[in-house]
Design a protein around this ligand. Structure first.
Ligand code: NDP
Length: 317
C-alpha cells in the first residue's frame, strides 16, 4: 500500500527479493494469516512507514538458507508470526531466529490460522494473567479467531468462560466451542449479565479485544482486585484513561499487552510455540473461516471488518 485507507489501497506488486544474509532464510509461502492487526496497519491506527507491505504471519517451506543457519534446512516446513510486516507475499526473506519449525501434523493453512492467534492466547492466559482452575473469565469476540482458540485453551485450564459475541449465530458457535455462558453484547448489558452469572462477584480477569465499545463494561465486570487485559481495539482505540478508576472500582489491575513483546526473545518465541503445539496435540481445534487467493486480500479485509467471520481467514499465494 502507498497510503492508508480502506481495502482499495491494497494492490499486488512484483519486487525483486533482497539478497539473503547469513542469518536469514528464504521462505516460499504456502498460506498467509489475515489478522485484525493488519486492518489497524492498513487504516493507519498503527502507523507504518509508507509504502509498505502488510501481514505478520505465514507458513511455508524454506527454499534457501543463509550460510550461518544450521537448524532450518532447505525443505523445512516453517512459520512465523513476528518478523515484521510483509507476510502478504509469495516469498519472503526473514531472520531464521524469528522462524519456528512446524509439527508434521499441522498443515500450512491451519498453521497460518493459528501461529499468531494461538501464541497470543498462550501469552494472555499463561503469562499475562495465569488463569487458574475454576476462575471466572470474561472474553470479548468469543467466536472470532483469537476467541475460539482462547475459549478452548481456557477450558483446558479449567476456567469458567463467559464469552461476548455480536450475533445469535456466533452465540451458537461460541457455545459449541465451550463457552459456559454467552452474552450478546450488541443488545445485552455486559456488566449486568456478568454480575447475574457470578452471583454479584464479578470475574477474575477480562480479556478485551474490542476496545472502545466494551472498555467501561469490562472494567465494571471485574471482581475486587481483578485484572483487565485490554489487548485489541476492533471497535476503536481507548482514547484516555483515568487511573483513579482502578482504585474506585476495587483496586483493579490493568495491562495493555502485545504479542511482539511476549515473543521478542528466541526463548519466549520457542516457549510459546511449544505450548501451542502441545495444546494442538491435546485436541485444540483451529477454525479456518475461509481460504482466499492472495489477490483477494481486499475481500478478506472487508469480511473481517464487517464482523462476518468466525475463525481465521487465510490467503493462498
Ligand atoms: P476476530 O476474528 O476476533 O475479528 C474481530 C471481531 O471483533 C469481530 O468478528 C467481532 O466479533 C468483534 N468486534 C467487536 N466490535 C467490532 C467492530 N466495531 N468492528 C469489527 N469487529 C468488531 O479477529 P482476530 O482473531 O484477528 O483478532 C481478535 C482481536 O485480538 C483483535 O482486536 C486483535 O487486534 C486482537 N489481537 C491482539 C493481539 C495482541 O497481542 N495484543 C494479538 C492478536 C490479536 P463479534 O461480531 O462477535 O463482536
Amino acid at each position: 500500500m502507498e497510503r492508508t485507507g480502506d481495502a482499495s489501497v491494497l494492490h499486488l506488486e512484483e519486487h525483486a527479493l533482497p539478497p539473503l544474509a547469513a542469518d536469514e532464510v528464504l521462505i516460499e509461502h504456502k498460506a498467509i494469516g489475515v489478522n485484525y492487526i493488519d486492518l489497524y496497519h492498513r487504516k493507519g491506527l498503527y502507523p507504518l512507514p509508507l509504502p509498505s507491505g502488510l501481514g505478520l504471519e505465514a507458513a511455508g517451506v524454506v527454499v534457501e538458507a543463509g550460510s550461518a543457519v544450521s537448524t532450518l534446512p532447505v525443505g523445512a516446513r516453517v512459520g512465523y508470526n513476528a518478523a515484521g510486516v510483509g507476510a502478504y507475499a509469495s516469498h519472503r526473506v526473514v531472520k531464521a531466529a524469528r522462524v519456528v519449525s512446524l509439527p508434521d501434523t499441522l498443515d500450512f493453512t491451519r498453521a497460518a490460522a493459528c501461529l499468531l492467534r494461538g501464541m497470543t492466547v498462550e501469552y494472555l492466559v499463561c503469562r499475562t494473567y495465569p488463569v487458574q482452575r475454576d476462575e471466572r473469565v470474561l472474553l470479548t469476540a468469543a467466536a472470532g479467531g483469537v476467541g475460539l482458540l482462547a475459549t478452548q485453551w481456557l477450558k483446558k485450564l479449567g476456567a469458567f468462560v463467559i464469552g461476548c459475541v455480536g450475533s445469535e449465530a456466533k452465540a451458537a458457535i461460541a457455545r459449541r466451542n465451550g463457552c459456559d455462558e454467552v452474552i450478546l453484547y450488541r443488545s445485552e448489558n455486559i456488566a449486568e449479565r456478568v454480575r447475574a452469572i457470578t452471583d454479584g462477584e464479578g470475574v477474575s480477569v477480562v480479556y478485551d479485544s474490542v476496545g472502545a465499545a466494551t472498555f467501561d463494561a469490562s472494567l465494571d465486570s471485574l471482581k475486587t482486585r481483578g485484572t483487565m487485559v485490554s489487548f485489541g481495539n476492533a471497535s476503536g482505540a481507548i482514547e484516555r484513561f483515568d487511573l483513579a478508576l482502578l482504585s474506585q472500582k476495587g483496586s483493579l489491575f490493568i495491562t495493555r499487552p502485545s504479542l511482539l513483546s511476549y515473543v521478542a526473545s528466541r526463548e519466549d518465541l520457542t516457549l510459546s510455540a511449544q505450548r501451542l503445539f502441545a495444546m494442538l496435540a491435546e485436541g485444540l481445534t483451529v477454525e479456518v473461516a475461509d481460504t482466499l487467493p492472495l489477490q483477494d486480500t481486499g475481500e478478506a479485509h472487508r469480511r473481517l471488518e464487517a464482523r462476518e467471520t468466525s475463525g481465521a481467514l487465510v490467503l493462498l499465494p
